[in-house]
Design a protein around this ligand. Structure first.
Ligand SMILES: Cc1ncc(COP(=O)(O)O)c(C=O)c1O
Length: 409
């Protein structure tokens, strides 16, 4: 394999060393880390040099697994803005509230980050057919980047997946199937069909590279804060790639010596009360999470009743001094409106859950009003037509304007 700074891959469950430059899925059914020669990276590039590069996540090329002579499969993803939210912060009684707005990425969600990395590596390693289960956004992202790569893509999604996710995956040319079950049922179909169909399984954390793409959320955040880190990060957790990826990013940056702070942000894993396997395992002090029965929430990205990387999520939360919490289902739609209308940022239901958790942790004193807090907005609200029931007033164009305005009040 041609040049990159990857030294090897490593089974997350038991540390087994695996060779780089080969197609890998899981090891003993569990995820695989990518490991880098961080000393060599420190000698090869500085943060100042990175700052002069194109504003896409590929600016962190040395910390990504694609060999330097390979062209990324890219749609120009990243860097997403880090937006100070004074009005929303004030309404919550705090001053340092920031949203990292991933809704502006290609396909309208943070899934682009994982998919640009995964499809770049898939293409480089000669894979021609991928399949994945999805709660929604990953299907659209995989379909778009597969189209960009010239790779065939098969998507299995629950039949109640938001219509926009169904539409985008189809529009990007994937073969899309609606399953009368949840994402884990879709995952089983992909696993069982893989051999016969020649599919490479692109499921969350069942190949090593989506995690590396998601890691760039942490790299970007640090760079945008001048290589400092916030006190607290709230992150909506389904399969957990983003949270685990960010934790890995901070550890790599620390080893590189690029951080100007010893601060470890408390990672707050936010789940919906209707599907909260990680929050439940965290409360019980367990390292592995049981399947959450009858998973149901309008925040479709959080409808993940069992995660193959559960122990990686729980390890990351605990190592950071964070916690795992649930937001109330009834508060999702109101929070989508409240946060979006306060700041003009298009907030997905998964992130609305984070705001509900933030409010309750401020009330309990677990987050102090003077702390710096970053909430990840992982997707665009307009992908969730079903999440926000509308009952807008109708206007009769034939009425005189005064009668119309009297009625509006
Ligand atoms: C908008 C949104 N937020 C959060 C998540 C959960 O992501 P992760 O796998 O990083 O936990 C998803 C996953 O589908 C999603 O679509």
């Amino acid at each position: 394999m041609s040049q990159s700074f990857v030294t090897h891959l490593e089974a997350a469950i038991n540390g087994t060393r695996l060779p780089a430059g080969q197609v890998h899925g899981t090891h003993e059914g569990r995820p695989i880390w990518v490991r880098y020669d961080l000393d060599a990276i420190r000698n090869a590039v500085t943060p100042d040099e990175i700052a002069k590069r194109e504003p896409t996540l590929w600016r962190y090329r040395e910390l990504l697994p694609l060999p330097f002579d390979a062209e990324p499969v890219s749609l120009g993803e990243g860097m997403s803005p880090l937006l100070h939210c004074p009005r929303l912060g004030q309404s919550l009684g705090m001053s340092q509230l920031y949203v990292k707005d991933e809704s502006q990425l290609p396909t309208g969600s943070f899934k682009s980050r994982g998919m640009t990395a995964a499809l770049s590596l898939a293409k480089h390693l000669g894979i021609t057919r991928v399949a994945l289960p999805t709660a929604g956004n990953a299907g659209g992202g995989a379909a778009a980047y597969s189209a960009r790569a010239g790779i065939e893509c098969f998507v299995f999604m629950p039949e109640d997946t938001p219509i926009v996710n169904q539409m985008e995956a189809y529009q990007f040319g994937a073969k899309v199937f609606l399953v009368n079950g949840l994402i884990n049922d879709c995952g089983r179909l992909v696993r069982e069909g893989a051999a016969r169909m020649g599919w490479f399984d692109l499921s969350t954390l069942k190949e090593p590279y989506r995690l590396e793409g998601k890691k760039t959320m942490g790299l970007e955040l640090a760079e945008q804060l001048g290589w400092h880190l916030p006190d607290v990060i709230l992150y909506p957790t389904g399969g957990g790639t983003g949270l685990v990826g960010m934790h890995k990013a901070f550890a790599e940056l620390r080893q590189l010596g690029w951080l100007k702070t010893d601060k470890v942000p408390r990672l707050i894993s936010c789940q919906a009360e209707g599907c909260a396997p990680i929050a439940r395992a965290f409360d019980k002090g367990e390292r592995f999470a049981e399947l959450f029965p009858n998973a149901a929430t309008v925040a479709s990205g959080l409808r993940v009743p069992v995660a193959v990387g559960d122990f990686m999520i729980l390890d990351a939360i605990r190592e950071s001094g964070g916690t795992a919490r649930t937001g109330k289902e009834a508060n999702i739609a109101p929070w989508m409106v409240r946060s979006a209308s306060a700041e003009g940022i298009s907030i997905c239901p998964e992130t609305a859950v984070c705001f509900d958790v933030l409010e309750s942790m401020l009330a309990s004193g677990e987050i102090r009003p003077d702390e710096s807090v970053v909430v990840f907005n992982t997707g665009a609200a307009q992908k969730y037509l079903e999440a926000l029931p509308l009952n807008l007033p109708k206007v009769n164009k034939d009425q005189p304007i005064d009668a119309i305005l009297d009625a509006i009040g």
